[in-house]
Design a protein. Structure first.
Length: 113
């Protein structure tokens, strides 16, 4: 009996530790909620509006079909200007089908392949 008490004193007791961690729902919400804007490029003057959306941090899904069908040289000029804008802000641009472009500001990159 004495031997048993001695073993109990020497031997470390196993205790179960139960931890509860409370995670607030707000911790999962991202502070940056990117906006995706769907726009049409109907003429060259629309480029200024699209550039402004990109500068405000919005992702732009751009329909170029109307300008492509009406004036191809104006479309080329508009796309070159948008490429320069996206490049200057370390963004990305990609053709999605023959009638759409996807333009992103610097915080978003397009995964290819």
């Amino acid at each position: 009996m004495l031997f048993r008490k001695l073993i109990d004193v020497i031997k470390p007791k196993k205790t179960k530790i139960k931890e509860e961690v409370e995670i607030k729902e707000e911790a999962f919400k991202e502070e940056i909620r990117p906006k995706i804007r769907i726009e049409k490029l109907t003429n060259y003057s629309d480029v200024v509006k699209i550039q402004e959306f990109l500068r405000e941090g919005e992702i732009v899904f751009l329909n170029i079909k109307e300008l492509k069908n009406s004036n191809l040289s104006e479309l080329k000029k508009a796309v070159d200007r948008l490429k320069n804008t996206v490049s200057a802000m370390d963004g990305d641009i990609v053709g999605v089908d023959e009638n759409y472009l996807l333009l992103t500001p610097g915080y978003a990159k397009i995964q290819r392949g």
